[in-house]
Structures are given as C-alpha cells and as structure tokens.
Design a protein around this ligand. Sequence first.
Ligand code: N2P
Length: 357
Amino acid sequence: MQGILRLYVFVGIFVLLLWSTVGAVERYAYQATNDAIIVYNWGDYIDPDLISKFEEETGIRVIYQTFDSNEAMLAKIAQGGTPYDVAVPSEYAVSRMIAEDLLIPLDMKAIPNLKHIDPRFLNQSFDPHNRYSVPYFWGTVGIVYNKDVLGEGAITRWEDLWDASYRNSILLVDGAREIMGMALNSLGYSLNDTEVEHLLEAKAKLDELTPNVRAIVGDEIKFLLETDEATIGVVWSGDAAEIMSENEAFDYVIPEEGTNLWFDNFVIPKTARNVAGAHAFINFMLDAENAAMNAEYVGYATPNLAAHTYLPEYVTNDRRFYPDEVTQAKLEVYRDLGKVMLGRYNELFLEFKMHRK
Ligand code: N2P
C-alpha cells in the first residue's frame, strides 16, 4: 500500500514539474514577441524551408503551431490563451472571426505583394475589400481512389461511396463541415443547408456509410493512402495531389453531385503582439517565388498569379486541382451558418463518429 502511495506521490510531483516547465517555456517563448511571431496554420501546410528563409531574411523567429480543423482553430483563438500573430482560417471561419471581433484590419501598405494575387480571388463576399484577410491556398473536397484496384472511372459521384463492395475501404478526413457536406450533397441538398430535417437525414445517410468506413483521420490520411492502407479517401484536393505524386495508382475526382470550393486565408488575430512581424510574414509568403515554392511543396492550388510563372504548366493546367470557372461555378463555398448551426453540424458529426464505435 505504502509503495503505491509513494508511486502516486512520485508521479504527481513529476507531472507538476513537467507542467511548470512547459508553462515556463511557453511563457518565455511568448515574451520574446518583438523578435518573434506565433503562426497558427493547418498541419502540413507550408514548406518548412520557407520558415527558415523568413527567419534568416528578417531576423524574426517563427513559433509555429498547427491545427487540423477550422472548428479547433476557432475555439483556440476565441479562448485567447495564446497570442497568435498570424492564423489561416477558411472563408466561413474568416466571417465568423470578423463577426466575433477576433481580427484586426490589415495594413495593405505593408503587404505590397498582394498585387500578385489573381483579382478573382480578392474582394469575396466573406471579407469585402479584403479588410481582414488575404488568400493563401484554394481547392476542393473530393475523392481520391485507387484506379488500379477499383478500375479507371470507377468513382465519379459521392453516391458511389455507398456501394456495398467498398466495405472497410474508405478513409474520411476528420472535418465536420467536409463530411456533413458530403452527405448533404449526396442527397441533393446544399452543403450550407440549415433545415434540421435535412441535417438529420444527412446524419442517417452517414450512418449507412459506416460499414465502408475504415477510419476517420487527420493529416495521416495521406500516408495511409500512399502506402495502400485503403483504396478510397475523402480528402482536400492538395492532399490528393500529394498522394498521387507518391502513388501513381491514385486519381482524384470532383464528385458530380457537387462539393465544396474553399479558400484559406491569412489573418491577424486581435491577440497579436507583433503586428509588424505578422504583416512581414504575410508579405513574404505572397512573394511570387516563395508562393511557388510553397505550392510545389504542399501540392495545393495557389491564388498567386505571379507564382504560376515559376510552376510547371502541367501543374497549373491540371483541372482536377485548378478547376476551371465553369466547374467552380457548380461548387459551393461554405457559408458562416452562425455559432448555433455550426454547433449543430459538429454535434451530428460527433454522433456519427461515436456511432461507428
Ligand atoms: C492541409 C490542410 C488543408 C486545408 N493539411 C483545407 N482547408
């Protein structure tokens, strides 16, 4: 008994020590804000060499943290614990952050490289006149599938995923809007639908997909598909591009029923302590050569027109990843559905995940 007690005390002291050390390191990191910036980005979403290049060129140290969904990022920033200088929300999350007064207006004089951005990606409805945001990458949500195993053209629609022959074959990206959106689109509804009946129908439809779902995963989805752990994945377009460059058996389709067209953007949260450094970082990432290097590394489509001159034409002409305007017009951009409705989407997605257990 005494031994167990001693063990508990020992573990307790260890945890306390660890906790206070982590706290001290974080505090130290966040104090040095004049020569540092804290960047909060999606996982696997930057060429790490660009971070070193920025640090060398400017002398500003980058403290880099990642998230894997808009919902996680929104919660962390709203809670305010970490003084982020730069974050990368998708369009509907930009609207949410503006509505919740979480962002500072950008000083475009400090971002002259904005001139490189294709004008059709500017002045969008989620942030008129780009008061708070500048475009980073854009793309779609779609299906990557092993054409060597399933056959060329085997999958063209969301509905195909429900085929009983794909038992235990599908990996889903762990995103509430993405997966609820897929179910809504497969039923012919908008992925911005707010009718409770339709949302419940979508959740029931997801439950029916359960036997075919192998796992719901984060960024490891790329590795799992590249190494043939599954034959089908519901992924963001750039992740599909990377999977296909590692494993030529895969192809990517934009489902016929329609899907999500998304735009990710740089913003500066109100928590920022190094606003000048944040602008410098955004401007650096918008430099044409840097943007091209970044696009080549992560596999996503860049809205930076000047960067296109540094990218091979077979990349920028690939309509699977740079869909033309006719296709884009058929796709839907997520709207900010408001806090309550977004909560509803999250709950239903969570229930689907639990249902699988
Ligand atoms: C890459 C994240 C892609 C973000 N891991 C899609 N909005």
